[in-house]
Ligand binder design. Structure first.
Ligand code: HEM
Length: 140
């Protein structure tokens, strides 16, 4: 098994781990557990950082994998893919700023931004998993 075959599964797993921490972190802050919220969100950022590193390696080492679905599913797949990529680019600086505001203790501004960052990041993560499933497991 070479890197091109393995890395998409590694990145998808890291993305799923990040999503798990993100949702856990949200539940933690909604139930008032600030210290655990901080830890869960930092773990989500760490998993996403690893994801990004592997993702970049993958795209420099592997040929583009073409979507094999046909018919009505193609525009659905591409709409999902384009929204996923565009929002991933948008949410990345938002995540960094949200973390910064959390770590430096400017909580009202952290909370105001986090209310956008959280749903956007969740969408990016979930749509990434759906794109991965469609590309590598459903339409093979
Ligand atoms: C990108 C990472 C993070 C995200 C997406 C995030 C998300 C959120 C969200 C959605 C809320 C508002 C919850 C509500 O509606 O009541 C919140 C509040 C809060 N977050 Fe984060 N958070 C992150 C990182 C951090 C970090 C690193 C800290 C460090 C201490 C932190 C500390 C807090 C605190 C103390 C609150 C409560 C603020 C208040 O009620 O005034 N967060 N966070």
């Amino acid at each position: 098994m070479n890197t091109a075959n393995t890395l998409p599964h590694v990145t998808a797993a890291l993305n799923a781990v990040a999503l798990g921490f993100l949702l856990t972190g949200y539940v933690l802050i909604r139930t008032g557990r600030r210290e655990q919220h901080r830890k869960a969100m930092l773990a989500a950022v760490a998993a996403s950082g690893l994801f990004l590193a592997f993702y970049i390696v993958y795209h420099f080492t592997a040929p583009i994998f073409v979507f094999r679905g046909t018919g009505a599913v193609r525009p659905i797949y591409y709409a999902l893919l384009i929204s996923h990529v565009a929002l991933a680019a948008l949410v990345t600086p938002m995540v960094l700023l949200t973390v910064w505001r959390g770590l430096t203790g400017v909580f009202p501004r952290h909370k105001r931004l986090a209310r956008w960052t959280f749903p956007l990041w969740t969408y990016v993560s979930v749509s990434g998993i759906v794109v991965y499933a469609m590309l590598y497991h459903v339409y093979t």
